[in-house]
Design a protein around this ligand. Structure first.
Ligand code: TNX
Length: 528
């Protein structure tokens, strides 16, 4: 007992000493958050996350617990900490990090959050779990860049103090991945989802079918994947997701508050289906598999009843796997379909989608048909004629103008990957526009948000995906989230340049644009 006394004394002194340590002065306003928060106020001090830091949630709040677990997963590899998650009646006042849901934040919407950081504690509060999830991405970006490392790093893990109030301008902020032209497996799609989540995006549109392949198991039409699943651009082996695998992707996304919008492209872009089933062709003859990159040559037989039986089966199975409200029916570049047949077709397919309790999304070409008001037309072409037709019908627009938002466009003439039919798309051009200022006649109230498509004719690996996605993706995330009066390329490029260290710790194969002042991130401006 007597031997223990001096030991206890030393422990006590150590405890007093560590808890009295002066916080390091830091400036929250100098942090490089992307997307930029709506409101931010710096208080000049800092919070240190150390191995004793606990995460507090309200007793019994399972949703907050899930987010707390996400936060632990985010910080554990680099810090080596395994913070305890503790349930308290009133977590707000206590030291450490608290994650709380409160109806009082309803005004910030379901993705909004309020983050207060002072030397004793961090409190993250939101109306819904979505908001907490978006908020932990902010905490992640406020930690030093080495937080992104999968290997243990040395601290200190300081977070600048202040208050952030934040919520998105647009409810739909997404990216598309073409898993047809080249197939990407479940793990690759999950990785892509993680990239979207880090920048507070909330939709992944999966382009699941096209001329070169059919990527989703449909139990009532098994040859779609037995035959159509086995090809891709360039003659590779292709691939497809079983329904179980697809559910796994949907769940993985949902855990990150990301909705999957699945696309079955029709009546054009259907050679893989036409090769799998002879009866879907007007002449009753199965097409040969196609592994090139031409577009606009294929069409389902729009005047055969079997075509609609096929679509009904596909949409029924897909709707059952889809928690999100939209099913994307493609509708682009149906040059092999007569205009009057195309219009009849789209109107009939729309009915099928609605009958399965889903809303229609389609490339803006579908606005040639009479659309239900619940439909969404995705603007992509270089000319807005189709999108304006949608607006005339009171149909909402998703902004994906190819000249600004197509991540498969080459950055410049020597970019090793990508196409350039819509022009070259350097990082500044990809950022320097606004959704509501892009097309005269398409106003803010007509727009549901932004989506950046990544077509896969020229890309085959995760490295390729990363090269075209990074760093443009971050700009799209900001265009959808941050108020546009905040947008200025000159200011943004500095914040973007500071992501270099973060990208490197994640081993992301990003495009090192000469227009961006790439810089090592220092542990935020310590004034000492
Ligand atoms: C046009 S964009 C297409 C795709 C191609 C893309 C390449 C759209 C709706 N259709 O089939 O992959 O260009 O950039």
């Amino acid at each position: 007992m007597t031997k223990l006394k001096p030991l206890l004394f030393v422990l006590f002194i150590a405890l007093v000493f560590t808890s009295c340590k002066e916080p390091v002065p830091m400036d929250l306003a100098k942090e490089n958050l992307i997307p930029k928060p709506v409101k931010l106020e710096a208080t000049g001090s800092s919070f240190e996350w150390n191995k004793h830091t606990q995460i507090h949630i309200q007793t019994g709040n399972e949703e907050a617990k899930k987010i707390a677990n996400h936060l632990v997963e985010l910080i554990a590899p680099a810090t080596g900490f395994q913070p305890k998650i503790k349930e308290l009646k009133t977590p707000l006042g206590s030291r450490g990090i608290s994650l709380m849901l409160d109806d009082k934040f309803e005004k910030l919407g379901k993705e909004g959050y309020n983050l207060t950081i002072d030397p004793r504690k961090i409190s993250l509060q939101a109306y819904k779990a979505e908001g907490l999830y978006r908020g932990i991405q902010t905490i992640r970006q406020l930690l030093p860049a080495k937080i992104e490392s999968k290997k243990k790093q040395e601290g200190p893990w300081l977070i600048a103090s202040g208050n952030i109030e934040d919520y998105p301008q647009y409810g739909y902020r997404g990216a598309m991945l073409d898993v047809v032209r080249h197939f990407f497996d479940v793990d690759e799609v999950k990785q892509y989802i993680d990239y979207l989540a880090a920048y507070k995006m909330n939709v992944l549109h999966l382009h699941l079918t096209d001329d070169q392949g059919w990527r989703l198991e449909i139990k009532s039409w098994p040859k779609l994947t037995e035959i159509g699943g086995k090809t891709e651009v360039g003659g590779g082996e292709g691939g497809f997701y079983t329904q179980e695998q697809y559910k796994e992707i949907v769940q993985y996304a949902a855990d990150r508050f990301i909705t999957i919008v699945p696309e079955i492209d029709m009546p054009g872009h259907t050679n893989a289906a036409l090769a799998s089933y002879a009866e879907l062709n007007a002449d009753g003859k199965a097409r040969k598999a196609y592994t090139g990159t031409r577009v606009g040559f294929s069409t389902l037989a729009t005047n055969k009843e079997i075509t609609y039986k096929f679509i009904d089966d596909v949409i029924r199975e897909l709707a059952a796997l889809t928690p999100g409200e939209y099913i994307h029916i493609g509708g682009d570049e149906s040059h092999a379909t007569k205009k009057k047949d195309y219009i009849k077709f789209i109107e009939r397919v729309q009915k099928i989608v609605l009958a399965h309790n889903k809303k229609v999304m389609g490339w803006a070409d579908i606005a040639a048909a009479e659309l239900d008001k619940s439909a969404v037309a995705q603007f992509w072409q270089t000319k807005p004629k189709n999108a304006l037709k949608a607006v005339e019908q009171d149909v909402k627009i998703l902004m994906s103008p190819a000249t600004r938002a197509y991540m498969d466009m080459q950055y410049d003439s020597i970019s090793p990957l990508g196409l350039h039919w819509a022009g070259y798309l350097e990082v500044d051009k990809a950022y320097n526009w606004t959704l509501e200022g892009n097309v005269e006649g398409i106003d803010k109230e007509d727009i549901i948000g932004i989506e950046a498509p990544l077509w896969a004719e020229t890309i085959e690996t995760m490295d390729d995906i990363e090269y075209l996605t990074f760093p443009r993706l971050l700009g799209y995330a900001e265009l959808g989230w941050s108020p546009d009066q905040n947008n200025s390329w000159d200011e943004y490029k500095v914040r973007l340049g500071k992501q270099k260290t973060r990208f490197e710790f994640q081993e992301i194969n990003y495009y090192q644009s000469k227009l961006v002042p790439w810089a090592e991130e220092k542990q935020a401006e310590m004034k000492e």
